[in-house]
Design a protein. Structure first.
Ligand SMILES: CC(C)(COP(=O)(O)OP(=O)(O)OC[C@H]1O[C@@H](n2cnc3c(N)ncnc32)[C@H](O)[C@@H]1OP(=O)(O)O)[C@@H](O)C(=O)NCCC(=O)NCCS
Length: 156
């Protein structure tokens, strides 16, 4: 799978917003925005994260298309990764290729990630990139409006 990562441009945000609005993807990701249809909240969130130099945010490009985004950020002193791919492009190896590329740019180890226990696609992406399950937890997930169990993954 040939993809490229580039800096996020403002014109990418409507594509990311459309991805966030997808009910199936939103359920799968679980730990998402309170209201996936709130553009104001979405765009102010993106303005904030793009302004923080500690964050790495990349747009995933395949061919000429914006197909998703991938990020690395600090959460309570630990560096995590997360990603989101447009449902039209799922199961083509895009998230795996994007994460492999990101791991060349973000060299902090250990590196962490979280996935809802039933998010089998994301779990598989993490395992293909060398992450292993090192913990579990649960929290309220807006994408499901329910307490949801998750795994903590670590790349050493
Ligand atoms: C999770 C997500 C990023 C995966 O993106 P993707 O580009 O489809 O991922 P890839 O194609 O690189 O790999 C997906 C793997 O999961 C597997 N998979 C997908 N759905 C599956 C399922 N229901 N059961 C078992 N395996 C599954 C695929 O077969 C593939 O594994 P393989 O290469 O061994 O065949 C994408 O589904 C997404 O954006 N979901 C919504 C947002 C989200 O959940 N983000 C992660 C938050 S933790």
């Amino acid at each position: 799978m040939s993809i490229a990562l580039r800096e996020v441009e403002m014109q990418d945000l409507p594509v990311f917003f459309r991805c966030q609005q997808d009910p199936q993807a939103n359920y799968m990701a679980a730990f998402t925005a309170e209201d996936p249809n709130d553009w104001e909240a979405f765009s102010s969130h993106w303005r904030r994260i793009l302004a923080d130099p500690e964050n790495v945010n990349k747009t995933i490009i395949q061919g000429q298309s914006v197909v998703g985004h991938i990020a690395s950020f600090e959460m309570e002193g630990e560096r995590e990764v997360s990603y989101w791919v447009d449902r039209a492009f799922w199961n083509r190896g895009i998230a795996t290729a994007a994460l492999k590329e990101l791991l060349l740019l973000v060299t902090t180890r250990p590196l962490y990630a979280r996935a809802a226990k039933d998010n089998l696609g994301s779990r598989r992406v993490l395992e293909k990139c060398g992450f292993v399950v090192t913990g579990e937890g649960s929290g309220y997930a807006h994408g499901r409006k329910a307490e949801t169990e998750e795994y903590l993954f670590t790349l050493r």
